[in-house]
Design a protein around this ligand. Structure first.
Ligand SMILES: Nc1ncnc2c1ncn2[C@@H]1O[C@H](COP(=O)(O)OP(=O)(O)OP(=O)(O)O)[C@@H](O)[C@H]1O
Ligand SMILES: [Mg+2]
Length: 238
């Protein structure tokens, strides 16, 4: 990112931070000032809004932080077992999206990848979050891994709303949310996929997707297999 892009990015992010913060403050003030006048159902509703908005803030802040740390050199790329990163984060989603099913199809004896583990976790978090968020209750999200030549292929497949052909060009643009009935009823900043693509490419990987409107979407991420020589060359350079 150039300095100009960074300024614009920060300005927009600050704006996106304000909305959930205002909501958290508003509902906290209402609860504090009118506690005795609000019935239990409404108290619960307001606290749930505070929780949802806090989650939204955390998601946004994590994404922004991962971009700001993106310019590190090749020595941050380490030996990573992508299967264990996926296994580690899945419980967070089964907890958050209790009405979706999560299925893992992880290849046995998968080679290590050469990645920054935190960033890979952020990539997976964004893709699995979208897969669950843009699917109806009862649908299944499948995460699979497999070797693919000198790369490792990770697929995040959903049975959700899908993406219209005319929206294909917008999907990785920053702050773009597409029009579908789930986008209007869910929270999001339109930042996840923009950041995901940057992170994948920064780590010498590739990201693509396949989608059918009304049937579902699959995101495909390819990352390099860990290679001893490459790692040595990098350590000599830095
Ligand atoms: N798996 C998917 N199925 C259908 N539509 C998707 C899927 N993933 C992303 N989209 C569409 O692409 C848009 C951009 O996705 P992105 O993850 O960048 O933003 P977001 O989910 O809206 O917000 P954020 O991730 O920043 O919280 C979404 O708003 C949604 O309309
Ligand atoms: Mg998202």
């Amino acid at each position: 990112m150039t300095n100009n892009m960074q300024d614009e990015f920060i300005a927009t992010v600050s704006h996106e931070l304000r909305t959930p913060l205002t909501s958290i403050r508003g509902f906290s003030q209402t609860l504090l000032n009118s506690w005795d006048k609000i019935d239990d159902d409404n108290k619960k509703k307001f606290i749930k809004i505070i929780e949802d908005q806090s989650n939204r803030l955390i998601h946004l802040v994590e994404n922004v932080l991962s971009v700001s740390k993106m310019n590190a050199g090749c020595d941050v790329l380490k030996k990573v077992d992508v299967n264990s990163v996926i296994k580690k984060i899945i419980p967070m989603f089964t907890e958050q999206y209790k009405t979706r099913n999560f299925k893992l199809e992880l290849a046995a004896n998968l080679p290590f990848s050469r990645l920054d583990e935190d960033k890979f976790e952020q990539i997976m978090t964004n893709l699995i979050d979208n897969a669950a968020k843009y699917s109806e209750n009862g649908k299944t999200v499948t995460v699979s891994t497999m070797p693919d030549g000198n790369l490792i292929l990770i697929k995040v497949k959903d049975e959700g709303v899908g993406i219209k052909k005319e929206d294909y060009g917008k999907i990785f643009k920053k702050f773009s949310r597409l029009e579908n009935h789930l986008t209007s009823t869910t929270q999001g900043n339109g930042l996840g996929l923009y950041i995901t693509k940057q992170l994948v490419e920064k780590m010498n990987g590739k990201i693509e997707f396949e989608s059918r409107e009304g049937e579902g979407t699959t995101f495909l991420v390819k990352v390099p297999i860990y290679n001893q020589e490459e790692a040595l060359r990098c350590s000599r350079m830095s």
